[in-house]
Design a protein around this ligand. Sequence first.
Ligand SMILES: [Zn+2]
Length: 611
Amino acid sequence: MWQSIRPAAAVMPEGDGFPPDQAVRRIAERFAAAGISGRKLEWHELARYRGEKFIAGWEFRIQFSDRTRRLRLLIPENAPWVFSRIALDDAPPFLTWPHVEKDGLLCLRPNSWTVDPSLPEEAALDELGRATELIERLITNGGDADFRNEFRSYWDHICDHKAGPIFSVAVPGPPSRQVHVWRGQQFSLIADSPQGIDQWLRARFPDITQKQMVIERAGLIWLNNPPVPAEFPDSIAKLKELAAQNKTDLFQMLDGHQGTDGGEFLVIFGAESTSGIGFIGVSISRNTSKFGNQSIEKGFRKGKVPKALMANRTLNGRVVPRTVDRADAAWVHGRDQDSRQMVLQKAHVAVLGCGSVGGQVAELLASAGVGSLLLVDPERLTWSNVGRHVLGAEFVELSKAESIARQLGKRFPHIRQIEARRESWQGVVRASAGTLAHCNLIVSTMGDWSSECQLNTWHSEEIPDVPILYGWTEAYCCAGHAVVIRPEGGCFQCGFSRNGRVLFPVARWPEGATIRREPACGADFQPYGPIELAHVCATIAEFALDCLLEAPERSTHRVWSGAERLLIATGGQWTEQWAELTGGSVLGSRQLQRNWETASDCPICGKKPDA
Ligand SMILES: [Zn+2]
């Protein structure tokens, strides 16, 4: 009874055939050898499954503790590189059991699992075993626990996807409360306060007008337990029931707010399951003139209906299930799983110098979840910056600091604060010394010796407790440095000669200087590529993150060296100091850390009484 099945339309070569046909044949032979017999499925039976195309399949009758059920093994056209599927042919109504799709296909594994394409027959046998175990477990224990764990994905099945998604930046936790909503054409946004919505929208859409900024009230009901499908709030009655079960007065939440006729009221429900915190939502259309067939003011004189009752009566329309996606910082940065977010969200970091290094460091810090950034740079972007800078052609002639702030705001609209100053750091301090003093970390990527000397002097005199991280590259980006200055250990200038030559260089060029000059007076630059630069920026940003999480107690120097072939190609050599620190093994790209020591002849530390 077992035979290989070939798609009718395909022209088959002689021999073993195409891999999908081989897989079908091997699965058939394996099942026959195991003594499992089934009925071969007809083409019209295979075509019943809409989401996926199957080239062969068999139906088995399997005895469970309650009765016999029909399971189908289905071989996808992409076999043996994907798992075979199992469908329950006589499945109970949809959403009675978890892991059973509308057409009866079973979800037996997370999508991260991978198949061994050399053994399709063993995978298929294993699949059937898993399906049998799952169904027996559902018969015995029911599916409530699994439904609750993944309540969001089951809710998605009944959602009206034409209505557009709802994004939430509301705090993902109790209590039940009134929240606020903005309705856009593509999506709606929920936040705890109107200010929260205002800030998010202005970051995401810098050109939004006040007129487009209509914010209304909405409700958030926190559920003690994630709902199973039978409890889903997809009607007014079930909505009220779920609210009451969770001790929430829906109408108090409405605050007597009557809304507009034909308008809608939005309620979202939050719950924590074993797979995380999620939201589901409904919109309820409102009718302010009638409830049922009755006048909205029935039993009262005109205008005398009590507010709560009025709100209750107007909440009488159709309930539309909606998807709610979290867009809050904890979700965006690490899906609630990044334990560093508690610290990073609260961190305030200043980046002084938003050139090719500082711009990328700022971007990495924002991506990592740093909640507040101050970007300081007096310069505008030029065409010669474009190849290595995070900003592109559209920002030429515009302020680097302001443009980066605008771009990062659009990318991370939930960011707590992002401020740009189109001036020097000295200007920022002159305006208010506290601006930098209140930072958890200052990153200096100005790459300008005199500015950084001034910063170092001011730092050691005024705010020695605030860590400053200096970052720079060596010529051709063959190496990069990140030094954090702490009250213990050397100051920034301790590691340099009086005219700004670093005392611990990684590379040197015996043939001479690497600084090039643009055909303009005093316009020096270092030639290097954006890819080498990315390593240096990552080294600086990584150290910045480490400092925010736990700043080292003494001044520390982190050094990154690039590939030796780049160094040789540019006529350079490793320095003796670097060769010594690395034990002579410097072939590959690497990162090392060392103390940044006090120098007895440092113009700053030499003056200190204890030096
Ligand atoms: Zn010093």
